[in-house]
Design a protein around this ligand. Structure first.
Ligand code: ATP
Length: 232
């Protein structure tokens, strides 16, 4: 049992549906599980099945259609918005600031916290993701895979309690993808972050302790003691 297991994000009977002018899309319903600090989770399944949507609501960035998402610490419940600053996000679109170079993009979360060592720590993280030679490049001067690695360094630089990553190795070659996967799982294992990955990569998904797979309109836990049911 993880020493962080008293710190978790809880999803209670969560469902997500979208109603547009023409028709409604129902992605999943009645999904209940906890994301504990220090544990890793992979969300897998076909394109369009709802993986990114689940990530957005589990991280509190979007509201579920039904049910609720809360943060629980030692049994005390708080709104998920209370831990927004403790969550590292890695999006499919990297959302880097175009006017800032790689170093300052990564340093920004630390500067916002008033960390005097921001630039030095950001440099270390850019070296960890293999970009020590690209510190002064702006996003437009970086390749897609390099931008992805800057976004990963920015998400990890402040030792977040939780990391939500949407296809974090999607733009990378096999070797870089392996190195980034090692970094993400090290944050979970060594620093106690809760890690939630959306991925099409079996290699990445199999490294997670638990896998929630969307499959032919249903979703199921593959390696789980959670026993959660979900209806799509
Ligand atoms: N805001 C929205 N309004 C209407 N429909 C939406 C909205 N967001 C997502 N959808 C629909 O929900 C479905 C699931 O989208 P989602 O991005 O969660 O899929 P995914 O499993 O992550 O796919 P991929 O692997 O291609 O990234 C899609 O068909 C999408 O069109």
């Amino acid at each position: 049992m993880s020493s962080h297991s008293n710190s978790k994000i809880e999803l209670h009977k969560v469902g997500q549906s979208f109603v547009t002018n023409q028709h409604s899309v129902s992605l999943f319903s009645d999904l209940s599980f906890s994301i504990e600090q220090g544990r890793s989770y992979a969300i897998t399944g076909p394109s369009g099945s709802g993986k990114s949507s689940l990530l957005m609501l589990a991280s509190g960035l979007e509201q579920p259609f039904s049910g609720e998402v809360v943060y629980s610490y030692n049994g005390q419940i708080q709104p998920i918005s209370h831990i927004r600053s403790e969550i590292g996000f890695i999006f499919q679109q990297f959302h880097l600031l175009p006017e800032f170079d790689a170093l300052n993009n990564v340093a920004l979360p630390l500067k916002l916290r008033g960390d005097k060592q921001a630039l030095a720590i950001a440099k270390e993280w850019l070296e960890k993701v293999g970009l020590g030679h690209r510190l002064k490049h702006k996003p437009a001067q970086l390749s897609g895979g390099e931008q992805q690695r800057v976004a990963i360094a920015r998400a990890l630089v402040f030792n977040p309690k939780f990391i939500f990553a949407d296809e974090p190795t999607g733009n990378l070659d096999a070797q870089s993808a392996g190195e980034i996967a090692d970094l993400l799982f090290a944050c979970c294992r060594d620093k106690g972050a809760g890690l939630v990955l959306v991925t099409h990569s079996d290699y990445l998904a199999q490294q997670a302790q638990q896998q929630l797979r969307f499959n032919a309109g249903e979703c199921q836990w593959l390696s789980t003691e959670l026993g959660s049911k979900c209806h799509a």
